[in-house]
Design a protein around this ligand. Structure first.
Ligand SMILES: C[S@@+](CC[C@H](N)C(=O)[O-])C[C@H]1O[C@@H](n2cnc3c(N)ncnc32)[C@H](O)[C@@H]1O
Length: 301
């Protein structure tokens, strides 16, 4: 089973399918066909960000092919990447139920799939940081990557504050510096360094916040990722430079084999911190099937 963009060779089969549904095929149809063993068994017409029509051959209905095709069409329209998508009101109850299954609701004479933004680990971390950091503060980004966290921290502490960022990959440091420059931020310094050496860059008990976003560089080489061999010394160094009252945030991406191995070492290590010195809060996304990062918040007493 496969979906393909509608091409001229699909026209006769698509026309037959749409005839079954009493729908004419437009002159230049845009959309997808669903092929099974070389035969076109479904068609989904698209226009802009709208699902115009979806038809599955009567012999193949009630087997999940409509869902499969609609899911692919929604992907193609960017619906799963946050785009609002509409659909023509289907003629029958089955069509309306299919759209409802994918989150469409009636709006006037059409159906609308409103964008529901889920809280991500990144956003959760940023909210925690925003509620803690003040202008003039000192924040550390121990995994600069493409610089999103460094930029966020820099904005929170403002030009009277200080941000220290580091990454082991020169690419990441270059991108982070470029991002900061584009945003006119001069109060953040970015170093090419192993974060296990964090304590060489900041005095003990000085930072208001230290951020670790473990894993690999977004869009980078997946063979280069954080490992417990350096992550544990780096966390130790992060706690050393954290001032009393300060917070350390550690997001652990545990999807692939590397991430899972890292989680299995870091999570118990963090959970084992002395409760007389630290409060450790573990946030997991309990209803999302375990694929989201684990976020640890460590507060130094
Ligand atoms: C998930 S990314 C960070 C994402 C980043 N915060 C952002 O906003 O784009 C993890 C980063 O950790 C870096 N890294 C891996 N091992 C490191 C180490 N030992 N010291 C410093 N950085 C390291 C990787 O190069 C990668 O850029």
């Amino acid at each position: 089973m496969n979906t393909l963009p509608i091409s001229p060779s699909h026209i006769p089969a698509a026309e037959r399918l749409l005839q079954e549904a009493n729908c004419p095929l437009p002159a230049c149809p845009q959309g997808l066909v669903l092929e099974k063993e070389g035969e076109v068994v479904g068609v989904c017409l698209l226009g802009g960000t709208r699902v115009e029509m979806l038809a599955v051959a009567s012999a193949w209905r009630r087997r999940g092919y409509g869902s499969f095709l609609l899911r692919r069409a929604l992907h193609a329209l960017g619906a799963f990447a946050g785009k609002e998508v509409t659909a023509a009101l289907p003629a029958d109850e089955a069509g309306r139920a299919l759209l409802a299954k994918f989150g469409f609701v009636p709006r006037g004479a059409e159906m609308l799939r409103p964008v529901r933004r889920q809280l991500t680990a990144l956003e959760l971390g940023h909210r925690l940081l925003a509620s803690h950091l003040r202008p003039g503060g000192f924040a550390v980004d121990a995994t600069a990557g493409r610089g999103r966290d460094t930029l966020f921290l820099s904005r929170l502490v403002g030009e009277t504050g200080r941000v220290l960022a580091m990454d082991i990959q020169p690419d990441a440091v270059r991108d982070t510096r470029a991002l900061l420059e584009r945003h006119g931020i001069r109060w953040a310094e970015v170093h090419t360094a192993d974060h296990a050496r964090l304590a060489e860059f900041a005095p003990p008990a000085s930072a208001d916040a230290v951020v670790f976003n473990f894993g690999w560089l977004p869009g980078g080489d997946h063979a280069l990722f954080t490992t417990p061999a350096t992550s544990i010394p780096a966390l130790e160094a992060g706690l050393e430079i954290l001032r009393p009252g300060g917070i350390l945030l550690a997001s652990i991406y545990h999807g692939g084999a590397n991430g899972t191995a890292e989680r299995d070492v870091l999570a118990p290590w963090l959970a084992g911190l002395d409760e007389q010195k630290y409060t450790v809060v573990r946030c997991d996304f309990a209803n999302r099937g375990g694929k989201d990062p684990l976020v640890f918040l460590v507060h130094r007493c």
